[in-house]
Write a protein that binds this ligand. Structure first.
Ligand code: MN
Length: 300
């Protein structure tokens, strides 16, 4: 029996250092899973955060065959390299650094992710999932690509908002609950003061380089959970560095996350599992992907 779980937001500022769980995709692509964490299931509506790479694409065999999703939006952010997305709506989209792929699964969608033919160099990025609120989670699927995102010059740094709003900038991606996601890229050592929303809980990771957040050193492979009640965040880097901040209003819904499905009840997960395994039209077919589909693992 699968049971929905939630962790309560910390309503005051805090600094909880959480270590990633390590995994791999393909043969050589390291993945640091930051969310869900044993002690922190979600941050606002963000329920999943994988930081992958960097790794030479020639060695990675990065090729994730067609697989289903429901109840969530996937948010893909590339720091270097390219990823080709194909889905059951007929979308075929290459994403490059600084761009955004935003797929809302709603009741059901399937997609594949691969390195495009001819791509070389490193692959490095972040994939996040947002739990859709109960009112929207059974809606229609959609996919959007954004080639340009709003950017703000900070002294020695640049902030790019890919989700929600921060510091007067708003991402063009449509969201279903109040949230934020942005990257700060600093090209040199120094400090940036970032504006946050007091009503959101936030978390931060280091994507590359060395950074101190709130006066505390934070490494690649760690997530700092920051709690609620912060109107600003002090970030200092030792040299060139990139960090990502995610946050949002607590969803106050107990989420059930199993494999690629986000739901609320055991019965919903079993239905999604059965629908995918049976090839039900609910999840569609990724016509443009020719190397098969992933089998769902056995249910507990
Ligand atoms: Mn996926």
């Amino acid at each position: 029996m699968l049971t929905a779980r939630a962790t309560q937001p910390t309503t005051a500022p805090t600094f909880d250092r959480l270590a990633a769980r390590m995994g791999t995709v393909g043969t050589a692509l390291d993945v640091r899973r930051m969310l869900p964490h044993r002690t922190r299931r979600q941050i606002g509506p963000w329920t999943f955060l994988d930081h992958f790479g960097p790794a030479d694409v020639a060695a990675t065999e990065f090729d994730v065959a067609a697989h289903p999703h429901c109840g969530l939006s996937t948010v893909t952010w590339v720091v270097s390299g390219q990823i080709l997305h194909k889905d059951s709506l007929g979308s075929e989209q290459v994403i490059r650094p600084g761009q955004l792929n935003w797929m809302t699964a709603g009741h059901g969608i399937s997609h594949s992710e691969e390195v495009p033919v001819g791509a070389s160099g490193d692959i490095h990025g972040v994939q996040l999932w947002l739990a859709l609120p109960d009112a929207d989670r059974n809606g229609p699927p959609s996919f959007e690509h954004f080639a340009e995102l709003p950017k703000l010059d900070l002294s020695g740094g640049e902030m790019t908002v890919f989700a929600g709003s921060a510091m007067g900038l708003t991402s063009p991606a449509r969201v279903h609950s109040p949230l934020v996601g942005f990257e700060l890229a600093r090209g040199e050592a120094g400090r940036s003061e970032l504006g946050l929303s007091e009503g959101f809980e936030h978390g931060v990771i280091v994507i590359e380089g060395e950074a101190s957040v709130d006066g505390k050193a934070l490494s690649v492979g760690e997530l700092a959970y920051l709690g609620m009640g912060r109107s600003s965040l002090d970030v200092e880097t030792r040299g060139a560095a990139k960090i990502m901040v995610v946050g949002g209003k607590p969803l106050n819904e107990a989420i059930l996350l199993w494999w690629n499905f986000v739901a609320r009840t055991d019965a919903e997960i079993r239905q999604a599992h059965a629908d995918w395994q049976a090839g039900h039209e609910r999840f569609g077919v990724v016509d443009a992907y020719t190397r098969g589909r992933l089998d769902a693992p056995a249910l507990p």
